[in-house]
Structures are given as C-alpha cells and as structure tokens.
Write a protein that binds this ligand. Sequence first.
Ligand code: 0X9
Ligand code: ZN
Length: 428
Amino acid sequence: MFAKRRGLVALACLALIAAAAPVAAETTPVHSQRTVYEVTAADAVARTKVARTGVDVLGMDGDKLTVIAEPSQLRALRSTGLAVKSKGDADEQLAQLGKAEIGTLDFPSGYTGYHNYAETTAELNQTVADHPTLARLQTIGTSYQGRSLYALKISNNPSADQAKPEVLFTCNQHAREHLTVEMCLHIIQRLTDGYATNTAIKALVDSREIWVVPSVNPDGAEYDIAAGTLRGWRKNRQPNSTSTGTDPNRNWGYQWGCCGGSSGTGSSETYRGPSAFSAPETQRVRDFVNSRVVGGVQQIKAHIDWHTYSELILWPYGYTYNDTATGLNADQANAFATLGRQMASRNGYTPQQSSDLYITDGGINDWMWATHKIWSYTFEMYPKSGTGLNGFYPRDTAIAAQVTRNDTAVDLFLGYADCVPRVIGQSC
Ligand code: 0X9
Ligand code: ZN
C-alpha cells in the first residue's frame, strides 16, 4: 500500500508540474548541432580512443562505431587518426521517425506500443493486482525530478524475506533505450503469467527472489518523448555546472573516473557527474542493493543491466583491458565468460568482456561485482547496428520478438543465479 500511495503522490505531483509549466522549460535545445559519424575502429584500444573524446557512442558493429559528435568535439575525434565518415545530421534523422502532438508527453505514432512512465506504473500496479501472491511493488526512492523508482519483487511469497538466492534486473539507465523498459516488463509478465502453467517458470520463481527495476532513469525517458518527437536523450535530467545530465552508467562508485572511460565535461553524453553517486538514481539503486546485505551476506547473487543497442553480452571489468584484476581472479573471469557465452548462444548476441567494446569507468557492472560479488552482466539489445540515433528507436512492432528472443538466455541466467561458478564445474 505504502509503495502504491507514494507512486500516486508522485504522479499527482508530476501532473501538477505538467499542468503548471507544460514542458516549456524542457524544450530548450541542449545540443548545438549533432552529426552522426561512422568511425573505423578495429580494436578496443581504438574504440576507447573514440569514447575518450567524450562523443556519444551509439553502437558498434564489426570494426565500425556509430557516434554522434558536436562541432566542438570534431577536432578531438579527428585527432584519433581513425577514419571518420559523416553520416548526416542526427536530428534530421530523428525528425523523420515521427512526431506526436507537442506536449503530449508520449511516444509518436509507430511507438505507442512502448510504455511511458505512467503506463509503466499502471502496468506494475496491474501485475500486483493480478498476482498478489507472486508480485509485490515497492518504491526504492525518487529520481532527481521526484518520480518514484520502482522495484517489483517476484517470488512465491513476495511479502516475506525468504532465504533464497536473489536476482536483480535493471533497465533504462539510459533514457533513450526504451526497448529495455519493455524487456523488464516482459520478464515480469512472463514470470507472473507463466507461473501457474509453466513448470520451468514455477521452478525458477519458487527457488529465487527476483527484483525488477523497469526504469532507473524515468526523468530522462520522459524527457526523451516530452516534445512529441524522439530526442535521443541519454543521461538523467539533473543540472550540472555547465549543462544538463549525468550519465548514470559512469556514475557508479567503483574506480569512478579512473581510466578515461568517462567525461568530466558537463555537456558530454558520458559525463560522470561531480562525484561518484552524485545522481539520485544511482544512489537509490546503490542503497537498495546495499540493503540486500542481510546478516553480512549479500542476497543478490546475479544481475543483468539492460541497454540498447548492438546485440552484445558484456561482463566486468569495464575499467581495464585486463581479464583479471583486483577482486576478479582467473576462475571468476572464466565463469563470467562461460555463462556469458552460453547465454549468447541462446539469443544470438556477441559475448565479450565489456572493455573489449571500449573502456568505461563508473559503470554499474564493475560496482556490482567489485563491491558485492554480484555476477553482473550488461545486455545490449536489438538492433545489431543502426545508422544513427534510429538504432534506439525500433518501431513498436519489433518489441515482442526482441524481448521474447531473450527468454531462454534469461532462464539460463536464472538457473545459474544461485551459484554462477557451477557453470565451470565449481561449487559455491
Ligand atoms: O556505454 C555504456 O554505458 C554501455 N553502452 S550504451 O550504448 N548502452 O551506452 C556499455 C557499457 C558496458 N561497459 C563497457 N563497455 N566497458
Ligand atoms: Zn545504454
């Protein structure tokens, strides 16, 4: 009840804000001019050189990175010495994707099958109403703009804290990655609706306590659709000293800002924030995860953070190219890679250590693993490649196939979640 009431209060506040100042303050252009470039970068060192310039890396396919750079970033991008090819104006591409009525705070036509924040909230409440013995909704705190951050718990006795391995799914750290919200909602729907009739699902739910956070960054996600067009927004909506937004996935507190895998410039899409956990959203998820240490033992054993796009499965560490490092030994690296590859063989994604993509510091997986020994993966969903920001906006007709595609990988993950080393024949 408490969680529900807080959700309603937050919604009411948002409705008031929307009524008083209908997105006016939120429509000011924040990007001077964004151009899409294709950069040829054959290895992780080359890709890290690109990421280091602070440009917005959208995706990777083969030896090609798709990035967006503003004019002020172009010199740095060119000075990497890599082949850089212009692919056109990013916002013109976006404008072609569709337009809803200004101020609708909703997806344009072709995208209405995606859940906005109010619809996500309603869906979560409906799940609990339909399955009160399987699902329980709680609020883990609020976003910068005051939206409730929801965690839905799925178990065969959700109001009790059972002595069972716990699993966490987080979605939508990055605002424009709306397909990930659908992934989290699909996981919820499949595990709850399937429980009564599917014995494999029943066995998984009976033996685990499963937490799902469908939107870590609701402010960013709502901003992304608030003008009736799709904006390609990535970060949260917290003002910084020069601009707006912190990249949540550079704001986590393990090796924060250590290694050139994030930006110190407020306008950059990979701005790490003024300090680790400066973003309310990462703080809240951190506090929730910390709160699952019971009797000195972290209950959450495994975690997937969902992103788009490039169809990849990634594991720690992201801050170093080394396969092993402090807190990550060869057996653990082997277990990460083995389960990662097995999951990839089920969904057709490409499995690799996350720094094989490019170095990132302050990412969620490194913190989960280093701080809590949670087996933490990133899944970069559909599509495999895009020609610009459109990669973040597959039409809603793609949702069903792309979330269902991950079912068997998720089942494998849930099956091993009590003891990931079992995948390499070790016990826990
Ligand atoms: O850069 C990110 O935060 C993730 N990619 S995204 O396009 N969704 O923004 C990837 C994070 C994985 N970690 C590393 N590559 N080290
Ligand atoms: Zn992302």
